[in-house]
Design a protein around this ligand. Structure first.
Ligand code: SF4
Ligand code: SF4
Length: 360
């Protein structure tokens, strides 16, 4: 997916598609659901998947509402996989059971994300570790796809320490963990309080010490946790698409209405235009998946700067501390720092690697 994304800038890397806006829960901070809507007809969903494939989309995520409420979700996942596209879902997990997980295996699901908000249910959220722990154990036992557990800070959650407990439990079960900051109704940061920032820092330190595997967009969240803006280019409407239940393309779930063009009429020129459009909401945006997509373009456009920011030096004057794998990749794909030519051996290896990855 990354090789394809690096090869060409004008195709979506990730599309979120909504098979149903209805949800079986009603979290107090959420503006992405209702209690009444019907599932989008399966034939229409299959058509939308074909349209996204024609645009060259690399990954499709079903979200909602609650996507497991769509009775033909397995067929939709299979349709995505048949197109060679990565299939993922974001679910509240309530409807998971051993047989349902096995059906998702058979459908070919690649990745599932559950966001857990607190340890005990309260009037803000029922996405609680106590309720979902059995589901997590079933996922650990039966899932053949990757699972990540997102814990959250902000948005009126009563006990920020819960985020740490949830992350520990997820790591104990062998899942990837992520940490999200709850946004307001336009996707913007609600600054974290002192207690929340302390928990954020604890999780960050534990991650640094390798206490558990914590995949994270630290670059963005470190600033947001301090209430600081990020300097980045949001590629929503281009590299990231949000396709609502009515089949319209929006920037993201929090910026519905822009550009609100039917997917059927969404063309290369729309993707190209939105690639360059500056989004005024970018500095305080908390939408993690769009940040991640933007990192791929940063690597494509300014690879050395990107690597330096992903692996910051221990001290201001020290060289960036790259991992061995990253060092190998940068010597294969990037021109030497001193401006000299690549050696014959490195050139030959780079040629083989590029052919394998399909990069010209
Ligand atoms: S489970 Fe998800 S979609 Fe449903 S109300 Fe809560 S946050 Fe919104
Ligand atoms: S910066 Fe992009 S992803 Fe974030 S709220 Fe704005 S349009 Fe959405």
């Amino acid at each position: 997916m990354i090789a394809q994304a690096i090869k060409s800038p004008y195709h979506p890397i990730l599309a979120h598609i909504i098979p149903i806006r209805r949800c079986n829960l009603s979290c107090a901070y959420c503006n992405e659901y209702d209690r009444v809507s019907n599932p989008v007809p399966t034939a229409e969903m299959l058509h939308r998947i074909e349209l996204l494939a024609a645009l060259g989309t690399a990954m499709i995520t079903f979200s909602g509402g609650e996507p497991l409420l769509h009775t033909d979700l397995d067929d939709l996942i299979q349709a995505v996989r048949r197109q060679g596209i990565i299939a993922t879902i974001i679910t509240n997990g309530y409807l998971l059971a051993p047989e349902r997980i096995k059906r998702l295996n058979r459908a070919g699901l690649d990745h599932l994300q559950i966001s857990i908000d607190n340890v005990l249910p309260d009037d803000v959220s029922k996405k609680s570790l106590k309720v979902l722990d059995q589901k997590l154990q079933w996922l650990a036992e039966f899932a053949e796809f990757d699972v990540s557990i997102n814990s959250v800070l902000g948005g009126g959650m009563r006990s920020p320490e819960d985020a740490r407990t949830i992350a520990h439990r997820a790591a104990e079960l062998g899942f990837e963990t992520t940490l999200g900051i709850i946004h307001d109704h336009s996707g913007q940061l609600q600054p974290l309080g002192h207690k929340e920032r302390t928990v954020y820092e604890q999780i960050r330190q534990e991650t640094k010490s390798g206490f558990w595997a914590f995949s994270y967009d630290n670059l963005f969240h470190n600033n947001l946790a301090l209430g600081l803006p990020n300097d980045w280019h949001c590629r929503a409407g281009s590299r990231y698409l949000y396709v609502c239940e009515d089949g319209l393309v929006h920037y993201c779930s929090q910026q519905r209405g822009y550009p609100a063009i039917p997917l059927e009429r969404y063309k290369l020129e729309d993707i190209e235009r939105e690639y360059w459009t500056q989004k005024p909401c970018a500095p305080y945006c908390t939408i993690s998946c769009v940040h991640r997509v933007a990192m791929i373009d940063l690597v494509r456009e300014k690879p050395r700067e990107a690597l330096a920011s992903f692996y910051p030096p221990a001290a201001p004057d020290a060289p960036a501390k790259l991992s061995f794998g990253v060092k190998v990749l940068s010597s294969l794909f990037l021109p030497p720092v001193n401006g000299g030519a690549q050696s014959v051996v490195v050139k030959a290896m780079a040629g083989v690697a590029k052919r394998l990855l399909g990069i010209n």
